[in-house]
Ligand binder design. Structure first.
Ligand code: ADP
Ligand code: MG
Length: 619
């Protein structure tokens, strides 16, 4: 969309230079928001009809597989829990082993494979990755921004918790890409919140900031140091299962006890939903009044602010304890903290503000809406990246992602594009074949999911790996990128200490135009790339599962009946043929079936092996 301006004095028409709008996005566990800079000021974007700016981070699939996001999805939480996905941020970038303790708490099905592969969520007979589900939320935010601004939005800054690791950050980037967004930067939530308050937006002396973030289901405290516009996280701590939802639960418990309501009534959908909504309403009301009451089927329910504060006080104390530990970890004196920033809807509770101010011995920054502060700060960061804030230092960044080829021709990004230079990053890999003594390391540059679509920078071979079973060697790949764009790639097998190193000129022979084209291609092909990646990943995983199962039959012939061996082999056969010609859902389905059949057999084999081991010993 081109914009023209008319000079009213002389009637001349001039085309205005159109700058791409970069939005800032807070992709939250409970709620998400999008913001932009309007004439120098950050502003939340919402559709003209929306009653509130928050988009609940909830995705619902109906029977036909079509998807709704936000408030409409939230309404389905109680009536169709198995098709309604919430808290997907908790699963982003995580493997099955990472989430074993939380999966029982969620109302939808997480496929349990007890492996190091990334989690999948099953809805009907479709399998979704947390990246795809997060992309649905981002698509909704993109739609909101586009309808409000009447412009195409293709660039964004997205925030993540300070403790997010490399894999969680990469997953967030991938979700953005899948939603059709070029993610210019992943920013820490506490950094964004500070930026919204204008902290760190000018080059002043160093400051130390504590950011206290109490959301719906999570608590985070971060201590940052800011110098010359650069934010460094000194320490971060938190509780991933502590937040406003626990306040709601405390109110429900209080009512159930005070009015002697039998616990099983909570199982009743209508009553359960009613009381949950009332509890949240009560909590919010008590942030600004002294009492809340309502009646339901001739029973009056009420709660005073005083009671509310006394029942949540143990929860609030828990956050303070975590803050104290974080200050200790940061290795600073309490008095050297210059500012305290409040983030998250639950910091609206006056008690929370009071005790936090008391702990830090200073007034807290709470003038910006705590629901919105992260998204607003993300918009400020976007503005800095767009070069609109001349007072801000712009750091050198890598224009394209750098990574290596992994199984099936996939690109595994090690240093994402827009990382600050110099940069250092690495990851651990292993072998896929028994007795493998060599590993080819092929280095690529670009944003596409398959290396064949990216630019090859070079390759080398790490040799001399002692023969071991597949999966046993620990191969570290390290990328070290210096300020001149020279990339050093080091590969080493840590058990045996063999290593190799090469140097590559990453920017050599590529023009700005070619880079822009590569970026555009990655956005245009995002969906197709992601589908291909998902298929190849399912194939890789399927091959592993088939291989393991074959080894299992070999090693446990003694305890398996011939019938069981036959059934196992038939499941493996089905899986192998799905790997050859099936879709990712077919492969996942075949893996599920094989796992379901083999799990009790594996348990029996384990019991048997323990019994054998114990036999030889005196007890
Ligand atoms: P997240 O960062 O996890 O996505 P938010 O920062 O949006 O979460 O916080 C959501 C939580 O804030 C919910 O538990 C909600 O009930 C709570 N909340 C919102 N408004 C208020 C209020 N006025 N008083 C108390 N709690 C509130
Ligand atoms: Mg948040």
């Amino acid at each position: 969309m081109a914009k023209f301006s008319i000079n009213l004095k002389d009637g001349s028409v001039k085309q205005e230079e159109e700058k791409d709008i970069i939005v800032g996005i807070d992709l939250g566990t409970t709620n998400s928001l999008v913001a932009y800079i309007n004439e120098g000021q950050p502003e939340i974007l919402r559709t003209p009809t929306a009653s509130k700016a928050l988009v609940p981070s909830i995705v619902h699939f109906d029977e036909s597989g079509s998807v709704v996001v936000g408030d409409a999805a939230k309404e389905m939480l109680i009536s169709a829990p198995e098709r309604t996905i919430y808290s997907v941020k908790r699963l982003l970038g995580k493997s099955y082993t990472d989430i074993s303790e939380i999966k029982d708490l969620l109302g939808y099905t997480i496929i349990d494979e007890d492996e190091d592969t990334l989690v999948k969520i099953k809805v009907g007979d479709r399998y979704y990755s947390p990246i795809e589900l997060s992309a649905e939320i981002l698509r909704e935010l993109k739609r909101v921004a586009e309808s409000r601004l009447e412009a195409k939005i293709e660039k964004a800054v997205i925030t993540v918790p300070a403790y997010f690791n490399d894999s969680q950050r990469q997953a967030t980037r991938d979700a953005g890409k899948l939603a059709g967004l070029d993610v210019l930067r992943i920013v820490n939530e506490p950094t964004a919140a500070s930026l919204a308050y204008g902290i760190g937006t000018s080059r002043e002396q160093a400051e130390t900031i504590a950011v206290y973030d109490l959301g719906g289901g999570t608590f985070d405290i971060s201590i940052l140091e800011i110098q010359d516009g650069i934010f460094e996280v000194l320490a971060t701590n938190g509780d991933t299962f502590l937040g406003g939802d626990d306040f709601d639960r405390a109110i429900i418990d209080y009512w159930m006890e005070t009015y002697s309501i039998p616990a099983q009534l909570l199982e009743d959908k209508a009553f359960g939903q009613m009381i949950r909504l009332q509890a949240e309403e009560a909590k919010k009301t008590l942030s600004s009044s002294s009492e809340y009451s309502f009646s339901f089927e001739n029973q009056e329910f009420s709660i005073t602010k005083e009671t509310f504060e006394s029942i949540i006080s143990p929860l609030v104390d828990k956050t303070l304890e975590i803050c104290r530990r974080c200050i200790e970890d940061a290795d600073i004196e309490l008095s050297s903290i210059d500012q305290v920033v409040m983030v998250g809807g639950s910091t609206r509770v006056p008690l929370v503000k009071e005790v936090v101010a008391k702990l830090f011995k200073k007034e807290v920054n709470d003038t910006i809406d705590p629901d919105q502060v992260v998204a607003l700060g993300a918009a400020v960061q976007a503005d800095i990246l767009a070069g609109n804030r001349k007072d801000m230092l712009l750091l050198d960044i890598t224009p394209l992602s750098l990574g290596i080829e992994t199984m099936g021709g996939l690109m595994d990004t090690i240093i994402p594009r827009n990382s600050k230079v110099p940069a250092k990053a690495g990851r651990q890999y292993t072998t896929s074949v028994d007795g493998q003594t060599k590993l080819k390391v092929a280095v690529y540059q670009g944003e596409r999911d398959l290396v064949k679509d990216n630019r090859k920078l070079g390759e080398f071979v790490l040799s001399g790996i002692p023969p071991m079973a597949a999966g046993m060697p620990k191969i570290d790949i390290k990328f070290i990128l210096d300020a001149d764009g020279i990339l050093r790639v080091k590969a080493s097998e840590t058990r045996s200490n063999v290593q190799t190193e090469v140097q590559i000129k990453s920017q050599y022979g590529i023009s700005e135009e070619e880079m822009a084209l590569m970026l555009k291609d990655s956005l245009v092909n995002a969906q197709q790339d992601m589908d291909q990646r998902a298929l190849i990943e399912a194939q890789n995983e399927g091959k592993n599962v088939a291989l393991h199962s074959e080894k299992f039959i070999e090693q446990n012939a003694a305890i398996l009946s011939s019938e069981e061996v036959k059934t196992l082999k038939s499941h493996i056969g089905t899986l192998r043929s799905q790997i050859e010609s099936g879709t990712k859902d077919d492969i996942n389905g075949a893996m599920d079936a094989l796992n379901a059949y083999s799990t009790p057999l594996a348990q029996r084999a384990l019991d048997h092996n323990i019994a054998v081991a114990l036999k030889g010993k005196d007890l």
